[in-house]
Write a protein that binds this ligand. Structure first.
Ligand code: ARG
Length: 485
């Protein structure tokens, strides 16, 4: 997250009430005589964080400038000087040569002030038919759109890695859980494919948000539009927007696009967190289902034996701030009268932080997906612990003996009771023992009691059978290819 640049400058003696040694603002100071109090500057300045909008801000200005020339609102010569200056500023910022100054409030004023230094009076023409209100709404939409595109690429990569591991483990049998109690055997491939589905829906949500976001507020002016003959369609097109927003009040005052982004981010983070939680559990000495390498674990300063899954814990831990960001922005907007209010400057920090955190979580999860080794022996062993094939026994009675499922459930339950009393797995029971519960049971029942056979038999649509998992991998590979095209 970008650091505040102002707080260290305040001295205790000034108590923040004294006017800063500064004349009225050069960009909006026409009706002001004195400069702002130091504390006013501190609370007002957003440059510490909105400098991250520099690329979008300059892109917006370049599009606006080109349109002003086409509409005859500024001369081609002025347009050329402005565009040249803007490109110089872009380079200065990217090369780390640009000087940021909290007195200049925000990124918009920094760019314009520097432009004036570079090209003189013509710079003053850039703000024709434009306000910082439509400017910041435009910049922020562009920034969120870029974040969505980066996140989508990260999620596509995560899906590809999950697919590779699912393919490798299409036949690896493990216990499936409900209530974190062993329930039925599944395959690790099937489990990983569940996350491919979740991530697929996450991507869908980001794309939905992107569609609604992709309208240009530029040209809405401060709130009411402008009397000057601008062409909003032209700037929208130049910036890759679908169209201009239809209502100038709405254009400058809503931040629902950012909230939608944060909502999609929150849900995506929750998915990653559930996965992370399982990685943490599975790495424990009690489970030993998987192991992470040195690359994704850390040691303990005191306990030499420790190998902690910190990356997974942090993926789980970062959800708090992402959910917090969504909440923060909802509360900021709630009760805010139309149109722009300076409260809205508070939209950026949580959004930037949530995007940064989520990108990090996605990359760390992708790393762990490729990194982990599955303990196949252990997974197979525990797949059968806890009588996980009891349902298979009941299903066999339904299929072969035409017994109603409720009754078959009782038969299987009694078999579990006998096996439990003898401390044996179900498949170690004698045929006679099973027949003492239901005389029509035959030796054939043993074919479904092993965990491999159990998973192989689950061929219903969406079931865990290895052949289903392989078909799903093929389907997803095609889908991903199409989505990336
Ligand atoms: N820094 C401001 C923000 O982030 C830019 C818009 C300021 N507009 C204004 N009328 N003061 O919201």
């Amino acid at each position: 997250m970008a650091k505040r640049t102002t707080s260290s400058k305040r001295t205790p003696s000034s108590k923040g009430t004294a006017p800063a040694k500064q004349a009225a603002n050069s960009l909006w100071g026409g009706r002001f005589q004195a400069g702002p109090a130091a504390i006013m500057m501190e609370i007002n300045a957003s440059i510490g964080f909105d400098k991250r909008l520099y690329r979008q801000d300059i892109a917006g200005s370049l599009a606006h400038c080109a349109m002003l020339v086409k509409q005859g609102l500024i001369t081609p010569k002025e347009g050329k000087a402005i565009a040249g200056g803007l490109n110089t500023i872009l380079r200065e910022i990217e090369d780390g040569k640009f000087r940021f100054d909290p007195k200049l409030e925000d990124i918009h004023m920094h760019v314009e002030t520097r432009l004036t230094e570079l090209i003189g009076k013509a710079a003053g023409r850039l703000h024709t038919a434009r306000s910082r209100n439509d400017q910041v709404a435009t910049d922020f939409r562009l920034w969120v759109r870029d974040a969505i595109d980066r996140i989508d690429a990260g999620l596509a990569d995560l899906q590809a890695r999950l697919l590779a591991r699912a393919e490798q483990h299409a036949d690896t049998v493990m216990p499936g859980f409900t209530h974190l109690q062993a329930a039925q055997p599944v395959t690790l491939g099937h489990y990983l494919m569940a996350y491919v589905e979740m991530v697929g829906r996450d991507r869908g949500r980001f794309q939905d948000a992107r569609k609604r976001l992709n309208l240009s507020p530029l040209g809405s002016g401060a709130l009411a539009g402008t009397s000057l003959p601008i062409d909003r369609r032209d700037t929208a097109r130049a910036l890759g927007f679908e169209a201009p927003t239809a209502n100038s009040l709405d254009g400058v005052s809503d931040r629902d696009f950012a909230i939608e982004f944060l909502s999609a981010a929150a849900l995506c983070a929750v998915h990653l967190s559930r996965f992370a939680e399982e990685i943490v559990i599975w790495c424990s000495a009690q489970f030993r289902f998987i192991a992470l390498s040195d690359a994704f674990t850390t040691g303990s300063s005191m306990m030499p034996q420790k190998r902690n899954p910190d990356a997974a814990e942090l993926v789980r831990g970062k959800v708090g701030r992402i959910l917090g960001a969504q909440n923060a922005l909802l509360v900021t907007l709630k009760g805010l009268p139309m149109t722009y209010g300076k409260d809205m400057q508070e939209d950026k920090e949580p959004t930037f932080d949530a995007a940064d955190s989520l990108e990090l979580c996605i990359a760390a999860t992708a790393g762990m997906v490729s990194d982990f080794t599955a303990n196949e022996t252990r997974l197979r062993e525990s797949a059968g612990e806890g009588y996980t094939t009891a349902t298979d026994l009941a299903d066999w009675c339904v299929r072969k003996l035409d017994i109603p499922f409720r009754e078959a459930h009782h038969i299987a339950g009694r078999a579990v009771r006998i096996a439990e009393a003898e401390g044996k797995p179900l498949e170690a029971l004698k045929l006679e023992q099973l027949q003492s519960i239901e005389p029509r049971i035959t030796r054939d029942i043993f074919s479904v009691l092993g965990v491999e056979n159990s998973v192989k038999s689950r061929v219903s649509l969406g079931g865990t059978a290895p052949k289903n998992v392989r078909a799903e991998i093929v389907r997803w590979r095609k889908l991903l290819k199409r989505k990336q095209a």
